[in-house]
Design a protein around this ligand. Sequence first.
Ligand code: UD1
Ligand code: MG
Length: 452
Amino acid sequence: MNKLKVIILAAGEGKRMKSKLPKVLHKVGGKTMVEHVIDTANSAGADDICVVIGHGADEVREALEGKNVSLAVQSERLGTGYAVMQAGDFIEDGADILVLYGDTPLITAETINKLLEFHRGENNSISIISAMVDDPTGYGHIIRDKDGSFLRNVEHKDASDEEKLVKEINTGIYCFTGESLKKGLSLLKNDNVQGEYYLPDTLEIILKDGGRVNAMVAESAEEFAGVNSRAQLAEAEAVMRKRINRMYMDNGVTMIDPERTYIEAGAVIGIDTVLLPGVVIEGNTIIGEDCVVGPDSRLTNVKLGNSVKFQYSTAIDSSVGDNSKVGPYAYIRPNCTIGKNVKIGDFVEVKNSGVGDGTKVSHLTYIGDTDAGERINFGCGTVTVNYDGKKKFRTTIGSDVFIGCNTNLVAPVSVGDGSYIAAGSTITDDIPQNCLAIARERQITKKGWTKK
Ligand code: UD1
Ligand code: MG
């Protein structure tokens, strides 16, 4: 089989986005549009990928570091044909050259493979994907002869009134043989309304040169929607969300309301887990089986074990073990390791801390920079006082400790296994194992004080 080389055009400015960010770096489903296209090209079996960059080239180059792609720089915006010319050295005889767009993130590997099959099966010089749309304004129209054979593409701005009515449009996705692309580009002219070198003009050039050119009509136009504005970005996001959610549901995840469930494609979610409305799952999040997540929760780079209940809460860069319960209204900040059978209840914040198996932190508590053992009971209103205004210090709490309500643990401080702390204590000294520590004023009760 011929080598598959992919050129991705990503030099456009995207004026209508009204953004400081180059258009192709806007994200859909948590991933930049250009990365979607690169990843799709790879899953379709690309041997080499070249991305043509221009507007915001430095930022795009930086964003693509680590991706195995070569870059070509287009400094003058003279049209799609001119953009492909900038990747001239990349075009190879004997290879199939696929052209994709950095702002068309919904294209699938399945469709690319269909195009390749069509292209190779028909032995074409150039194959394009066309689609039927209700409103062809702005697109290139596909002009066919009386018998339905492909003749040429005409851009909307250059089309006659009659041609403007043609609803079969050019999706802008093509497969060329290396030879036909080189030849087509070498003969391109810019004698059109926009004074640009139009890539689709190569179709007519190669056809007239005796090559085989044909259009494969796509079943729907959805995959080819380019993103030019924030509104179109939101539309692409909705399509991507539907696809991602469908994939998770097909793999055994229940969603009460898929339209209100937001998952970035990198997540792994076990079977029989239920996602309630308002769940946002970001980054490399891994969720076990039989969990219930939501409503209204956010997990960013979080690992949840099996059978975890996580409601109305946020967790970032942390893990929670099997059978634990989090929320409502808990906040697990980065670098926390929460064990199994743990309860992190309402209005509890945990940061940069470990919490051992079976520990209960039921309500209104702050645990920061702490190593907490197993089966601890944190009374309501416990605070680890980890900051003296200049530096942060750690608190260490052994296992089977009972901490009375409204306790302050002033770090650095440690509490030994099996110890008890009386409610209302402010602990400043280390507590050995199996002690009772009381650190508060004795109560004075003045009899008859009110009447006096
Ligand atoms: C293009 C096609 C049109 C097709 C439509 C499908 C041409 C002349 N027309 O039109 O037939 O129906 O796509 O969406 O090709 N780009 C560069 N450098 C350039 C110009 C464009 O990198 O100098 C990139 C853009 O960033 C964009 C893509 O190429 O990602 C398409 O360019 P755009 O200007 O949107 O072409 P259309 O006018 O939409
Ligand atoms: Mg466009």
